[in-house]
Design a protein around this ligand. Structure first.
Ligand code: MG
Length: 176
């Protein structure tokens, strides 16, 4: 029986700066200063941390899985390896009707299962409507950090300006 709790994390626009296009070069992967601190605070509060990121650029042939994994090692190093899993969906909607790719929820449900987390005690932080949609299907509470893409969402339980604030919201509500 699952008893844990986790935070599902979109990547681009949440853990690293949104560039308005696919991020796969090291020089474009900019981690805001408040992200590592916020991740470690959530981890210390007992949340498992799972990145859930669409990487349809792989399916489009723009970059490789290895390029994704290199960036994921960079974020792990920045947060002292506090991320439990970094899941990505390599399919693109032009080629595949994947249930893993957001707004599908399968990648998120996998994250919940891997960390033995209860949806009702878990959260999702994202910057796009498709993140919120996946989170709602998975049954977790959702936080939107608006970037260039979305400034509001009817599927967001909370909207906040940055990762630090998102982490604070979770830490205030996390056991309710
Ligand atoms: Mg994003």
């Amino acid at each position: 029986m699952f008893t844990g709790k986790c935070v599902l994390l979109d990547r681009d626009g949440v853990l690293n700066e949104e560039k308005g296009d696919y991020v796969y070069r090291d020089e474009d992967f900019i981690i805001p200063a408040d992200v590592p601190e916020g991740l470690k605070a959530l981890k210390a509060a007992g949340f498992a941390l799972v990145v859930v990121t669409n990487q349809g650029g792989i399916n489009k042939g723009l970059y490789t899985r290895e390029a994704v994994l290199q960036l994921h090692e960079k974020i792990q190093q920045a947060c002292d390896h506090c991320l439990d899993y970094l899941l990505f969906a390599p399919w693109h909607r032009e080629f595949s009707l994947s249930l893993s790719s957001k707004p599908g929820s399968l990648m998120m449900e996998r994250g919940l299962a891997l960390t033995q987390s209860l949806p009702e005690q878990s959260w999702l932080i994202g910057d796009a409507e498709r993140d919120m949609a996946g989170g709602k299907k998975a049954g977790v509470r959702t936080i939107l950090i608006p970037t260039l893409k979305e400034t509001e969402s009817p599927l967001a339980d909370f909207v906040c300006p940055d990762f630090k604030t998102a982490a604070e919201i979770i830490l205030c509500h996390g056991n309710q």
